[in-house]
Ligand binder design. Structure first.
Ligand SMILES: [Cu+2]
Length: 259
């Protein structure tokens, strides 16, 4: 039998690999992960602290929750819904030691994510973006703000924002945990910016709900993290909680968090 030339053998081997990969992709199923993070720290929900903003009339005037007589605005670091105890602004994301399969039908992310500082607060306070998205930091107030963030993989920056002056932050890369963002002019202004190199992340809404569509069926781990409480189950869950993703919907139900 005539020997096959080296390049023909390599080409055949590559063809076999391609076929195997295609088969895996064809068999990969997708599921929507959903659930709700609820306050689990006791019978009474935590009420927001009141942050003294002193004589800063502009902050008081612009903030709907302000108490002008006392000169305070509500601290938004822990927000638990007064009726259903849903826990807002909790980051939820999948982690894996390997790269994730991605559904080819998954919609593309919009080019940018926006955050504003209209009332001496970052709104939204919890920000999540996919690597490649541009973070647009707006300032629709009549005050000067700045935005400073510190990352482990990102060099960080401190950017002054004139009244009505937006800025764009490009080239953010994935971080293991959300980065802290602050305004140095108003010491109480804090938020978190999470950056992911995969599309499987969400932030809980006012009622604690989250949803991660198009997640790959299989055994993975899920991270549940809040700026004040850290990992949902403490250090035991710093490498995530096991999750078996299966069926059209993987419903995790109510997950308690807080202490
Ligand atoms: Cu500020």
């Amino acid at each position: 039998m005539k020997r096959l030339s080296t390049h023909v053998v390599i080409a055949l081997a590559a063809g076999a690999l391609m076929t195997a990969t295609d088969r895996v992709e064809a068999q990969q199923a997708w599921s929507t992960i959903k659930g709700r993070i609820v306050w689990g720290g006791g019978a009474t929900r935590p009420l927001p602290d009141q942050l003294p903003v002193g004589a800063n009339a502009a902050c008081l005037a612009a903030n709907r929750g302000a108490n002008a007589a006392k000169g305070t605005i509500p601290d938004e670091s822990v927000l638990v819904h007064r009726r259903d105890l849903g826990f807002k602004n909790v980051f939820v994301w999948l982690i894996s030691n390997n790269s994730f399969p991605v559904n080819p039908k998954m919609p593309k992310f919009p080019p940018q994510v926006e955050v504003d500082q209209p009332s001496c607060m970052f709104w939204p306070r919890a920000i999540a973006l996919h690597q490649g998205q541009v973070l647009v930091v707006k300032n629709t107030s009549d005050m000067q703000h700045n935005v400073r963030y510190i990352g482990k993989n990102n060099p960080g920056a401190s950017i002054t924002l004139a009244p009505r002056g937006p800025t764009q932050i490009k080239g953010l890369v994935a971080e293991r945990l959300p980065m802290v963002v602050v305004c140095d002019i108003h010491g109480w202004m804090k938020g978190r910016i999470a950056v992911f190199d995969h599309p499987y992340f969400a932030i809980t809404d006012d009622n604690g709900n989250f949803e991660i569509p198009n997640a790959p069926v299989g055994q993975f781990a899920i991270m549940i993290y809040h700026e004040t409480f850290g990992y949902r189950l403490g250090k035991d869950s710093r490498d995530g909680e096991p999750i078996n993703i299966k069926g059209a919907v993987t419903d995790l139900g109510n997950l308690k968090m807080g202490k």
